[in-house]
Structures are given as C-alpha cells and as structure tokens.
Design a protein around this ligand. Structure first.
Ligand code: PML
Ligand code: MG
Length: 241
C-alpha cells in the first residue's frame, strides 16, 4: 500500500498577533521530524518569541492532490521601493485600471495571516474576512517527498516557499495576479506574478520594517468566484515542482 501523505501546518503567534506560519506535505515517515523542524522555526523567527505554536497534521487522500510545474521566473533590476512601485504598477496595468490603489494596499496594510482579494474591475477589497484575509495553504514543493527529513533545515527558504505559493495562487480559477511584499523586516525582495508570469523584484520595501502583505487580484465576474477561490487556495492540496 502506498505511504499516506500528511499536510502539516504550523502557526505561531504572540498575544493573538500572527508571527509566522509554515507548512509541508510529507509522507508518513517524515511527520515526526518535520513537526520538530516547524517548531524550531517558530521559535527562531525574527519577529519575536511566540506564546502559542499550533501544529496541525492531517492525512490527505492521494487522488485529491494536484501536481503543478514550477513557474518561470524573470528577475527585474530594481534599486529602490519607488522603482518597484513603477515596475509593479506597469505590470498590473495589463489587467486592471486600479494599479495605484493596489500599490497603496501593499504599502499600508500589514499583519494579516492571509492575502487581500482585490476585484480587478473595481479595485475594491472583497475578501470575506478583512482582518484575516485568504491564506493560500495545503501546499509544498516536490522535494519534501524525497528528502531525508533529518536534512530539512528549520529556517525559512523564502525563494522556495514563495514559488510554491505563487504557483498555487496562479493556478487558482479566477485569479489574474498576485503581488507580495514580505512582512519579515530584513527580507526586501518581493514579486509580482501576473497571468502566470513571476517577476522577482528586489527592494520592494525599505529594510527594517514589518510592513508587508499579499494582494491577489481576481476576476469576479462569475458569481461563485469568491467561494471557489477561498476553497481552492485554502484547502486544495498542491505539490509544485
Ligand atoms: C515571504 O516573506 O514569505 C515572502 C517572500 C517573497 C520571496 C520572493 C523571492 O525572493 O523571490
Ligand atoms: Mg511573513
């Protein structure tokens, strides 16, 4: 019988405020070690020491998992946040007249566990829970399936994890773009993924600030779009690579 696959999710907070989250999809034999690694990661996060670490482990049905290829990455030269703004708003102009409004969300909203959902046609935020947002989840890179769990580092691999998340978001029905600025104070490289093309952009923000968030731009013309997006992003198991 094939080995059961498990989704393992960690979230860490202090006084109710989100500090960090991470997850894996791994075969049963790696569950113990990966849980330990996720705890270590929660305890070593630059945003502070959590007073709560929740790790949830759930068995997946093998046939329900979707396998996706990695996105092609284009690295854009960029030296300052104001150059980043120009790059991002130009890219967004392909799919919405509200690119300045979206940059404004990116610069002013922070501390959400999930992403904002922005209607491409109106520029309005439409996520059902404006405090939490919609969190893309239940996903991992293919390398987690083969890796010896003892070799898995506890630290975050920003590039790797961002590309898994971006591939899942880009494959979601009704999604046209996603823009990300990290909320980690020392990580200033972000990305804009527009219609499946991932643009990696350095200096999206000044170093040393917790400001950071994700905006997912959607086509809301289908009446079921919001429900389908939330269901797919949060619960559909996806392995990338
Ligand atoms: C995050 O903090 O989770 C966002 C990381 C974005 C990484 C973008 C990149 O380096 O390609
Ligand atoms: Mg973060």
């Amino acid at each position: 019988m094939p080995e059961t696959m498990y989704s393992i999710k960690m979230r860490a907070s202090r006084a109710g405020a989100h500090i960090s989250g991470a997850e894996r999809i791994v075969p049963a034999r790696f569950v113990g070690q990966v849980s330990e690694n996720l705890h270590a990661r929660a305890l070593g996060h630059p945003k502070g020491i959590p007073d709560s670490i929740v790790v949830t482990t759930t068995a997946l049905v093998a046939d329900d998992i979707i396998y996706l290829p990695e996105l092609t990455v284009t690295e854009l030269p960029c030296a300052t946040p104001s150059q980043a703004r120009k790059l991002v708003t130009d890219l967004l102009a392909e799919i919405t007249p509200h690119s300045d409004t979206i940059w404004n969300y990116l610069e002013t909203v922070t501390g959400m566990r999930g992403a904002m959902l922005v209607d491409a046609e109106t520029g309005h935020r439409v996520e059902p829970d404006m405090h939490r947002g919609v969190r893309a989840s239940t996903m991992d890179h293919r390398s987690s399936l083969n890796l010896d769990a003892r070799a898995q580092p506890g630290n975050k691999n920003y590039v790797h994890e961002a590309r898994v998340l971006a591939a899942k978001v880009a494959s979601c029905p009704h999604v046209v773009a996603e823009i990300c600025i990290s909320d980690d104070p020392d990580y200033t490289t972000g990305y804009a993924c527009v219609q499946g093309r991932y643009h990696r952009i350095p200096h999206m923000k000044a170093a040393g600030t917790n400001q950071g968030t994700r905006v997912i731009v959607i086509d809301r013309s289908d009446e079921h779009a919001l429900t389908e997006i939330s269901e797919y992003l949060e619960n559909q198991a996806v392995i990338v690579g």
